[in-house]
Design a protein around this ligand. Sequence first.
Ligand code: SAM
Length: 276
Amino acid sequence: MLTRMDRFETKKSLGQNFLNSKVVPEWLCDAGEVVAGDLILEIGPGTGALTEALLSRGARVLALEADLRAIEILKDKFKDELKSGQLSLEHTDVRELDLAKFGLQDHSFKVVANIPYYLTGFLFRVLLSHDIQPSTLVFLVQKEVGKRASSNIQKGEKESLLSLSLQAFGDVKYVKTVGRGHFSPSPKVDSAIVLVHNINRDKFKEHSADFFFEILHLGFGSKRKQLLGNLAKKYPRPRLLEIFNVADIEPNARAEDVPIWKWLTLTRTLENELEA
Ligand code: SAM
C-alpha cells in the first residue's frame, strides 16, 4: 500500500529536495554537536528526515514548515514526540519569523536545517543579525554557496560579501560536501554543510552593524572597481585614503582582498568621523 509519504508530490517552488539518506542527518547533527537537552530550531522539516535524527539525539525541536501536506505527515510520524512536547510544529512561512513569539532566548538554541535554497541569503542574514541569536547555525546549502560562505583570506583565498557577512557574527566552517544523490528529487548540483559557531555580536559593541553592512555593500558595489573607487562614490577620496592608512588597507586593494578586521577598522573610523 502506498503511504502518504510515497505519494508526496514535491514542489519546486518550495525548494523541496528531501533527504533520502540516513547518514546526512547524522552529519548535520554532528556538525552542530547536537546533544540531549539542546533546543533546535529546524526550518523546513519536510517529511522529517532530519527531525527524526534530532529527536533521536534527545534534542527538543521547534520545526517551522510552510507546506500543510508535510505538516500532516509530521503529525502522524511524530505523534508521541508532539504529545510529550519534545517536538513543536508550526505551520508558518519562515519569512515571517518571530523568534520572540516562540519564547526563544538569546543564544539558548541552535539552528540545524536542510533549508530551501531560495531562502539561503535571507536566513543567514535574518538569523545572524537578529536580537535573539542562535549559538550555532548549521545549514545544508548549495556547494558553490558553501564555498563562497567559508572562503577566507587567512586560507589564502578571496573573501566575498557572504563570507564577510558571516564572519561579522561568528566563525565559519565548510564541514563537508554532500552529493546530490542524497536527495529526492536529486538537485542539479551538489550541496555542502556549512557551520557558523561562536555566534555573537561582540564586533558591534561600539559601532553599528547596519553601518558596517552599508559600507560592505558599497565596497563590493562594482566588481571591476577597486575598493577605494567604490567607496569614493559616497565619500571624499583624500579622506578615504587617510582612513585606509589607519586600517592598513592598500590604496589599490579590492574588496575581496580585505580581511574582516580591516573592514571593521575602516567602518568604525568612518562612522566616528561622520558622528564627529
Ligand atoms: N528537512 C527536510 C529534509 O531534509 O528532507 C526538507 C528539506 S527541503 C530542502 C526544504 C523544506 O522547507 C521543505 O519542506 C519546504 O516545504 C520548506 N519550506 C520552503 N519554503 C518555506 C518557507 N518559506 N517557510 C517554511 N518552510 C519552507
